[in-house]
Design a protein around this ligand. Structure first.
Ligand code: NAX
Ligand code: ADP
Ligand code: MG
Length: 277
């Protein structure tokens, strides 16, 4: 794998490491967008804003005070936040009701071709029913992060019939990167290639683990600038599961918040060990 996590240049500031906007977290699923936002902060995003339900404001500020709050029901605030971001995560805990769909439409229709858009969870379930949204996303640097059931909804391929050939055909139609999450996740790239993860395991099967992954991908895309950004997506997916595997040496289950709390050490160790080589 290409080395993606790099030492930081001295002449730099928060603006160089990504302006990430996370969008999701209705009144029942606030935890999902908090984990995404917190993972983005801990994986090194320079600035993180979280567009969510007002009910999550206090929790956001207490769990991750580094992040800024946007009321996702306020159209002006939301559109300004979308404009200012260079990486967006939409979907963790967004829900699938009419409010969620309105927010998804507002966000996607205000994005531009320079931005990275990570589409996860509820946003995948909603977009699967909205061809007009899929069409816009096909013109963006979109990364879908479905688990197998979400991929069934988006691709129309039943879980038992999902295989590399069928998955890649559908992914090429979507004109986007697809991170198909499962035991040994497969990543389908826009050039037709695919990579297969060989780390991670069932100690990672706790709700919120995928929400956490979205924040790591966002932070990596915001701060590590490569011509082929899909190397960066691969590295983020690898880091998430490699860290899970490392922590599983002494934990029966690895929680999403364990991953978040160890990201800084993991990334530091990785950079130190590669400098010494
Ligand atoms: N603390 C929180 O606020 C949490 C919020 N969540 C949010 O809840 C919303 C619904 O997402 P869910 O994924 O729970 O619900 P979904 O209904 O989209 O998917 C879960 C269903 O898919 C099945 N399934 C089949 N293969 C699977 C695979 N490889 N991985 C996972 N599930 C598989 C499961 O058995 C289950 O029936 C999303 O917006 C998500 O972000 C979840 O992430 C859980 C934690
Ligand atoms: N048995 C497993 N082996 C390897 N990785 C797993 C396993 N179970 C879950 N994971 C990982 O945990 C994450 C779960 O994502 P997802 O189902 O979207 O969770 P959530 O929506 O609850 O946050 C994915 O990255 C997936 O690959
Ligand atoms: Mg999920």
């Amino acid at each position: 794998m290409k080395q993606v996590i790099l030492p930081r240049p001295f002449k730099s500031h928060k603006g160089n490491f990504g302006r990430v906007l996370t969008i999701g977290g209705n009144e029942n699923y606030g935890g999902a967008i908090l984990m995404s936002s917190s993972a983005a902060v801990h994986a090194g995003a320079g600035l993180v804003s979280c567009a969510t339900d007002t009910k999550n404001l206090t929790a956001l500020h207490s769990i991750v005070p580094e992040a800024m709050f946007i009321n996702y029901q306020n159209d002006v605030e939301l559109v300004n936040a979308v404009d200012a971001a260079n990486v967006l995560v939409i979907g963790p805990g967004l829900g699938t009701d009419a409010t969620a769909l309105k927010i998804l439409q507002k966000v996607i229709s205000n994005t531009n071709t320079k931005q990275f858009i990570i589409v996860d969870g509820s946003a995948i379930t909603l977009a699967a029913q909205e061809p007009a949204l899929l069409e816009i996303l096909a013109t963006r640097k979109t990364i879908y992060t479905p688990h197998q059931m979400e991929w069934q909804r988006l691709s129309g391929i039943e879980i038992s019939k999902q295989n590399n050939i069928k998955n890649a055909l559908k992914q090429q139609e979507l004109e986007a990167t697809v991170v198909l999450k499962k035991y040994h996740t497969t990543i389908y790239h826009t050039d037709g290639s695919a990579s297969q993860l060989e780390v991670g395991g069932p100690y990672m099967s706790t709700g919120g683990m995928g929400d956490t992954l979205t924040g790591i991908i966002a932070a990596f895309l915001g701060q590590f600038h490569f011509k082929n950004y899909e190397h960066v997506v691969d590295a983020a997916v690898y880091a998430h599961s490699a860290l899970g595997q490392e922590l599983a040496a002494s934990k029966y289950v690895v929680l999403p918040t364990d991953i978040i709390n160890h990201l800084q050490h993991f990334m530091s160790n990785y950079v130190q060990s590669t400098i010494q080589k």
